[in-house]
Design a protein around this ligand. Sequence first.
Ligand code: URA
Length: 327
Amino acid sequence: MRTEWQELLEAVIAQIEELRGQGVTCVNVSPETLEALVVARPLASLRDEKPQPAAPESRSIPLHEPQGGARSPSSPDSPATRDSRSRQDSHPPRGGVPGPEAHDPNMEHQFTSPPALEQGAKSTALAALREQAMTCQKCPHLARSRKSVVFGVGDINAALMFVGEAPGADEDAQGEPFVGAAGQLLTRMIGAMGFTRETVYIANILKCRPDTPGQASGNRKPTSDEMRTCLPYLLAQIELIQPKVIVALGATALEGLLGLTESIGRLRGRFQVFRGVPVMPTYHPSYLLRSEARSVKRLVWEDMLQVLEKLNVPITEKQRSYFLRGA
Ligand code: URA
């Protein structure tokens, strides 16, 4: 019987053959993927093992002998090559997204994304990844306590990705991220930006709800170990989806993604860069629910306007003046 892993492997081989047929001589592979390829069990390693520290840089894997100096189409990504990647057009307009800020302190996170996968291979790879996550036992305490694994939801070709902290009780019950009170606020925010939940992608650092032994309700922050253990799923999602902008919702999302522990109040509103993708840190919607202050909502909205600008999405007058009316 063919396993999902075999199907995924065949899809990857087909993609490589196609590239080779187009004259591509090498592909760029992220350190994690390279490591996984070396042990010849990429997604299996997500199931059974704790992630190893990433190698410092991405590599090019030759598809066949390089020929006379021609620049590979998959050589390091410039903004132009990122924009010209073949991607199925999704709802948010995609224009040229400016490259990562040259002065950004997180430039060490810069890496070369692999070429976008062909649609079939991409959805096959994401489906296989989801299957791996669904049966994940890497955090036995969370595997025991969870009702669902909350993988992610939305358009796998989305230009815009939201990353939260971890599922809460509602998400755990429904198997979908951001469906509780904070999620409903996020959904309204996405709507105000001109998108829907179906046209963006939403995921969390942790795919399981952090357990709260002895407590009937409430949430707790994921531990560093849990975040480190679960992160490869999110990294693979980002690598496959290749969003143009990521919004990190709250301090924990930012810590999980970029290792930044400065306060979100300081970091919000300033683009960071994660593996070549601009990341906008902003307050978590649950903070907005707790804070009555209109000024805090206004700050988050300003962050979202920056995101729209980064995506080259036209901003209406109405959008510009949200929170200004009667302020
Ligand atoms: N908070 C999060 O960070 N993620 C969810 O999915 C729900 C609430």
